[in-house]
Design a protein around this ligand. Structure first.
Ligand code: SAH
Length: 285
């Protein structure tokens, strides 16, 4: 990135970025083009960028040449202690009078601890601004040709995390209620405990032949999609070495990929099945 190659944004009433402000920005699921324009504006104006591991390096290259970069990814060990460190670092940078961009993968307030950071900053009297981002559980699935809602399948969608602060399957989740209550479940951080999660959902009455997709590295060049079922998911995920970061989607919306896997179609492949839900042609109404 050099300043001879400035990125000019369309004229717009962009929010100000005064010194001392900490601006939390969602970078989107991976592909740099999925950053918002407001996010790009903030990136170009920041003095320092504090970013997570999930933020693609190509986005960071859009910073000004004189913008400092700080990596704040968790490096194993004690994630919560580390989280405190990150918040304190943000406070320190703000008190130094820096324009601080806190860049997080996906949306900052979706399973990303952005809420905790924002609260700590507010409690410390640090002014903040928040720019949402495209969350992997929506945008990542769209890249796989899976709509999170479809009129013929679901009127609700539930987002959940496959592990909580303890690192175990979230004890707080009422799996039977989830299994009954939502036709589509979108699971973040669910790979490690996939066998346990699948067992819990099967025990709660979800059918073993229910479609399930795993989308790994969604929107990125290394994106991989596994289409399987709830009953075979754990086995297939291991056999296919599906890796994190990955989104797991359970529900009949997964079938829609047979019709709208647009990436494959752009490569010249025909749709596998134009009517996977068997609802006939959709026109209007
Ligand atoms: N704030 C982020 C989520 C952070 S939690 C968001 O809104 O998307 C990290 C989890 O997000 C990962 O374990 C994975 O489940 C999911 N994730 C993030 N980026 C992803 C990607 N490119 N592909 C698949 N899953 C992704």
């Amino acid at each position: 990135m050099t300043d001879d190659d400035p990125i000019s944004l369309p004229a717009h009433d962009w929010p100000e970025f005064p010194p001392g402000l900490v601006w939390l920005v969602g970078a989107g699921p991976g592909e740099p083009g999925l950053l918002t324009l407001q996010g790009l504006h903030a990136l170009r104006a920041a003095d320092v960028i504090v970013h997570d591991a999930l933020v693609d390096g190509r986005i960071l290259e859009w910073r000004r040449a004189d913008t400092q970069l700080e990596y704040a990814g968790k490096r194993g060990g004690k994630p919560s202690a580390r989280q405190r460190d990150i918040s304190h670092r943000l406070i320190e940078l703000s008190r130094d009078g820096q324009r601080v961009l806190r860049l997080k993968g996906g949306d900052p307030f979706v399973f990303g601890r952005g809420g905790e950071e924002a609260q700590t900053l507010v409690q410390a009297g640090v002014p903040i601004r928040v720019t949402p981002g495209i969350s992997a559980g929506i945008g990542g699935l769209a890249y796989a040709g899976i709509p999170v809602t479809h009129r013929d399948v679901n009127q609700a969608v539930t987002f959940l995390t496959g592990h909580d602060q303890t690192g175990l399957t979230p004890a707080a989740l009422d799996w039977p209620a989830l299994a009954r209550g939502s036709q589509v479940l979108v699971m973040y951080m669910a790979m490690k405990h996939l066998p346990k999660i699948a067992d819990a959902l099967l025990a709660a009455g979800r059918r073993p032949d229910e479609p399930l997709a795993i989308v790994s590295n969604a929107t990125l060049p290394g994106m991989r999609v596994l289409e399987t079922t709830l009953g075979t998911a754990s086995h297939d995920a291991e056999a296919q070495s599906m890796e994190a970061p990955a989104i797991v989607c359970l529900g009949r919306v997964v079938l829609m990929r047979q019709a709208i896997d647009w990436m494959s179609q752009l490569q010249g492949n025909p749709p596998r099945n134009p009517d996977p839900l068997g609802g006939g042609a959709r026109t209007t109404g």
